[in-house]
Design a protein around this ligand. Structure first.
Ligand code: PEP
Length: 255
């Protein structure tokens, strides 16, 4: 039985004061929920604050992206060990906003995935098709190419390390991210099952254990049906993670 996971993605929102209010409300609201895992991925400047307010709570924290290099002349970049230093357990990779707005590719996602697991971080690899790809019936082709680009770079030893850190996949149809449109539970289930089968081609035992979460306009009023699907192991929540009551309710539904 896979434990459900809810990851909040704050994107580029927040300041010290509002973060404190939000994190305190979230930790209060989640303190008695013991049957699922909860994470917030905050902007890098606030990782210190997340560490301060979330240490010894049941809410973990993570980065929204990371660079594949360990150190060097990479102005503006953050290395995996820097996230680990600040107590991050998780890191989002290949988010559609990174792919579309910052031209990141399957190859950068693969290099970052590899660097993250080597630093002991749990990567949450985001995959998903655009609206045009969806309408052209290319969902599985696109998701397969995004997954295979990462899987192909992992040696057996790396794959074992990825299992050790409990790698996560997030199916995020781009047409549903931040748009208010959500994949139906059945649509999400079909793609999640496809992702699980793809992992099983590499290792069937791993496939049974890997958590595959859904992202794309999850709200308190649609989470229950999505989380009820057999291959939907939780959610990646953007907009609704900035509203304490909504986020807590989504987490409660995962619990
Ligand atoms: C996201 O940022 O990954 C996301 C799913 O955003 P939203 O929930 O706002 O669609």
């Amino acid at each position: 039985m896979r434990r459900k996971l809810v990851v909040g993605n704050w994107k580029m929102h927040g300041d010290l004061k509002s973060n404190q209010t939000l994190l305190e409300s979230i930790t209060n609201g989640l303190q008695n929920l013991k049957n699922a895992d909860y994470v917030v991925c905050v902007p890098n400047p606030y990782l210190f604050q997340a560490r301060e307010l979330l240490t010894n709570t049941n809410v973990a924290w993570g980065g929204q992206n990371v660079n594949q290099h360990e150190q060097g002349a990479f102005t503006g970049a953050v290395a995996p060990h820097m996230l680990s230093d600040l107590g991050c357990q998780f890191v989002l990779l290949g988010h559609s906003e990174r792919r579309v707005l910052f031209h990141e590719t399957n190859l950068t996602a693969a290099a970052r995935f590899d660097a993250s697991i080597k630093a002991g971080l749990t990567p949450v690899l985001c995959v998903g098709e655009t609206l045009a790809e969806h309408e052209a019936g290319l969902t599985e082709v696109i998701v397969a190419s995004q997954m295979d680009a990462v899987m192909a770079t992992l040696s057996d030893e790396d794959f074992a390390a990825a299992m050790q850190v409990n790698m996560v996949f997030a199916y995020e149809p781009v047409w549903a991210v931040g748009t208010g449109k959500t994949a139906s539970p059945e649509q999400a289930q079909t793609v999640h099952e496809f992702i699980r089968n793809r992992i099983a081609r590499r290792n069937s035992d791993a496939a049974a254990h890997v958590r595959i979460i859904y992202g794309g306009s999850i709200k308190a009023n649609n989470a229950k049906q999505l989380f009820a699907m057999p291959d939907v192991d939780g959610g990646l929540v953007g907009g609704a993670s900035l509203d304490a009551d909504e986020f807590i309710e989504i987490c409660r539904l995962a619990n």
